[in-house]
Design a protein around this ligand. Structure first.
Ligand code: ZN
Ligand code: ZN
Length: 344
């Protein structure tokens, strides 16, 4: 089968023929992949930016951790009734035997392996995954939108961490897929949302077409004036990964406001902590969602399918995976989906 793999530590990924996985091991299922999304993490891995060194042990490894497909075969100890089920998969797999796993702290597992990072992922015709990581999809949810589940759980975690409520004013920094997803979830909670980008016309235009009307592009130099007018904000959610934006936008956070950081930053940010203290503000980090938030996210996608499908800006077959990565890198795309099996 064709697979997009990382073969060695260093820049680059390759599309090549590999042997399909054999029957799934005990506790796991074999999934025919239909739809798989390209994420910022895949770009980092392709470009080999620092932070992914531990992948070395898994190489050669197939990338792809945001996906949906159909269970084709089950391993020992897995109910046969799962065959034929349409699923999306939590990519974080745990060892089941370490101390954290023993007390049910899935996130604390010391031997956690990410599907598509530390073990073979979904940029291929087939992928194996633990049955316990699979979430069965409602019949009404199409697989292209279902492949957005993993990144949307990141958005849900951010909105929950920021404690976004109805009637609040929320500023979202960065209009990439994560920022767009956060904006959609915050609006669904009844908050008034302002989204700021920097030379981001295509992605801000997409938000405009979804009826967001407070959109600021830093390129035109009027952003500070607009933020002063639209703020102060109850919550600022940063999804741009630009350290300078933290100090530049903190002045627009109201007293006792919450600043939530979701982006991955290449270097530390400088923050006026005395001002933070006097304003009684909080800075919080938000990362992986709780497994229990997956069902909530799937339900949201099911009921907001038309809006969410609009965030899929580009589609490629697996043979176009390298082009898909290139489009993602150019900040034109919201979400690039690889259509691997037939769309359904
Ligand atoms: Zn991702
Ligand atoms: Zn463990």
């Amino acid at each position: 089968m064709l697979a997009l793999q990382k073969l060695r530590p260093g820049p680059g990924v390759e599309l090549l023929q590999v042997a399909p996985p054999r029957s799934p091991p005990p506790g796991e299922v074999l999934i025919k992949v239909h739809m798989a999304g390209i994420c910022g993490t895949d770009l980092h891995i392709a470009q080999w930016t620092p932070g992914y060194e531990s992948m070395k042990e898994a190489m050669p490894v197939t990338l792809g951790h945001e996906f949906a497909g159909v269970i084709e075969e089950v391993g020992a100890d897995v109910p046969g009734a799962l065959v034929g089920k349409r699923v999306t998969v939590r990519p974080s797999t745990t060892c089941g035997v370490c101390e954290a796993c023993g007390i049910g702290d899935e996130d604390g597992c010391t031997r956690r392996k990410g599907i598509g990072i530390g073990r073979n992922g979904a940029f291929a015709g087939y992928v194996c995954a633990p049955a316990g990581n699979c979430h069965i999809l409602p019949d009404t949810l199409q697989l292209d939108v279902a492949a957005l589940t993993e990144p949307m759980t990141v958005c849900l975690e951010a909105v929950q961490t920021a404690e976004v409520r109805a009637g609040q004013r929320v500023l979202v920094l960065g209009p990439g897929f994560i920022g767009q997803g956060i904006a959609i979830l915050a609006r669904a909670r009844g908050a008034g949302v302002v989204i700021a980008g920097w030379d981001d016309a295509p992605r801000l235009d997409l938000l405009r077409s979804l009826d967001f009307d407070h959109l600021l592009d830093g390129k035109d130099g009027t952003q500070d004036v607009a933020l002063r007018k639209l703020g102060p904000f109850d919550a600022i959610i940063e999804a741009a990964g630009v350290p300078a934006l933290v100090s530049a936008t903190l002045p627009y956070l109201r007293k006792r406001g919450i600043f939530t950081v979701v982006g991955i930053h290449p270097h530390p940010a400088e923050i006026d902590l005395t001002r933070l203290v006097r304003m009684h503000q909080q800075i919080r980090g938000s990362y992986r969602a709780n497994p229990s938030d997956w069902a909530k996210t799937i339900a949201f996608l099911d009921t907001h399918q038309d809006v969410m499908r609009r965030l899929i800006s580009h589609r490629f077959p697996l043979t176009g995976a390298l082009e898909g990565l290139e489009v993602s890198r150019r900040r034109l795309a919201s979400k690039v989906i690889l259509q691997i099996g037939e769309p359904s």
